[in-house]
Design a protein around this ligand. Sequence first.
Ligand code: ADP
Length: 243
Amino acid sequence: MEILQVKQIHKIYGEKENKVYALRDVSFSVEQGEFIAIVGTSGSGKSTLLNLIGGLDVPTRGQIIIRGHDIASLKRKELTIFRRRNIGFVFQNYSLMPVLNVYDNVALPVTFDRGKHVDHDYIRELLKELGLWEKRKRYPSELSGGQQQRVALARALANKPALILADEPTGNLDSGTTVEVMGLLKESSRKYNQTILMVTHNEALAQACDRIIRIEDGKLYRSGKVPAAETAAASAGKDGDCL
Ligand code: ADP
């Protein structure tokens, strides 16, 4: 089943002589449960694409359909609720709440989604897997960058969202933690049939995904399956230092 359709998306920032064509006629579909890497040089349009899919910005042209909903047709409040229920964000700036401790930051999306019962066992499991359980009563300012990044990841997973949008989720982590975070994402995706779109600069990590979408100069230029042999080779490299 297709969870996401990106249809002929164009995104232009600025006007007249300041126009920047960030995305040009980008189209692709994603099946539920796929783990996709989005790869491209800096400035190629990767973050723009994630922002549009997450409904944080609107395309100049084209449509984004998530679980059958054209997100442009949702009213602001509907979009906020839709996003909270369906999408987990792991972005660069972490956007953790400074006044909440680690545990409460992670539980926040579930608490916001009032109809939902907070699954404390699952949150404890996530924090333990990410090596954050001992830090659960600490505040973001008391944590390192890598720890904050892991809190942001736990928060994105806490609601068991159908779609996870991750912008360099391992960018700030050492190679050992990177392997753990990738393992957690893969396991979560398999267990809950979650779809993950992950921007990465790391070719070895990209090769460990189900599919790589490459963007250059705002254009999608290759979107194909990673051959099984390459996936196996990249997974086999997990214990080495190539990641
Ligand atoms: P990437 O994530 O691949 O580094 P971005 O999506 O951030 O690329 O940027 C794509 C292009 O759009 C770049 O040329 C960037 O300078 C431009 N851009 C991104 N955001 C804005 C913005 N808010 N206003 C104007 N230009 C922007």
